[in-house]
Design a binder for this molecule. Sequence first.
Ligand SMILES: NC(=O)c1ccc[n+]([C@@H]2O[C@H](COP(=O)([O-])OP(=O)(O)OC[C@H]3O[C@@H](n4cnc5c(N)ncnc54)[C@H](O)[C@@H]3O)[C@@H](O)[C@H]2O)c1
Length: 277
Amino acid sequence: MAGQFEGKVVFISGAARGQGRSHAVRFAEEGADVIALDLCEQIDSVAYPMPSREDLDETVNLVEKTGRRIVAEQADVRDFERVREVVANGVAELGRLDFVLANAGIFPAAGTQRLDITAFVDAVDVNLKGVYFTIEAALPAVLNQGEGGAIVITSSAAGFKSVSTTFDTMSHGAAGYTASKHAVIGVMRHYATSLAEKNIRVNSVHPGGVATPMIINEAMGRLVGDQPEFGDAQQPKLSMPPMDPAEVTDAIVYFCGHSGRHLTGVALPLDGGLTLK
Ligand SMILES: NC(=O)c1ccc[n+]([C@@H]2O[C@H](COP(=O)([O-])OP(=O)(O)OC[C@H]3O[C@@H](n4cnc5c(N)ncnc54)[C@H](O)[C@@H]3O)[C@@H](O)[C@H]2O)c1
């Protein structure tokens, strides 16, 4: 049976592992070809290991196993010209662009680096500027087709609520993460409002804890060991383990598919009630 995204192309930032890889494989299973990018390098303010080129190659491998095509390049979402290049290369090869998933992000809120002002700057650069650059770089190709499309930004529960909730757990990294994840709701509303007349729908997802190397790592373990109140503040109200990346993918597929055809401007919490007031 044909998948719901047969004949479509999706562009995904941060696709080397974690949620981005899950989105790439699922969209391919649904019939889409994939344009993927990832930094595949360490950023000094990030205390957990970031992925390598081998991780992005594994995403390529998994997508190709589904029978779909993928163009995957190492690139930094903070470099607008480079992101444009990746989109151009992907569209030249795959012929079109329908969906944009602005997923790449960093969480520089652990390790001693979190107390350096650079952690704030890096969080905002990657998680806000990078999201804007990803969408801006991709938009001309989507508009060119004149057939509409869908954009999904991956924000966080930290788009609604501060990740640090006490004086002792304040850090520049936590501030940058919270600020950037709030700010992309503004980016989402900017595009949702302005692109509606072009039938391009724009929404954001706001996960709580997702089981990826961003939160399952030694530095985060040390932080919540030293500051249990930091860990407590990230607990959902529902008694649940961290989500699987595939559960975030489910929501994104819902937004991009026929199921989401009336949805634009929605900031969807996927957080087990963490941000419930
Ligand atoms: N894991 C969680 O608990 C959680 C919760 C809420 C939101 N999020 C958000 O989900 C998104 C995906 O994160 P994840 O959980 O899959 O973590 P992850 O670290 O496994 O994946 C993030 C990916 O983004 C890439 N990336 C980072 N900076 C980049 C840059 N400058 N240019 C290009 N690529 C870059 C990384 O290399 C990595 O592959 C992020 O935006 C994150 O903030 C994660």
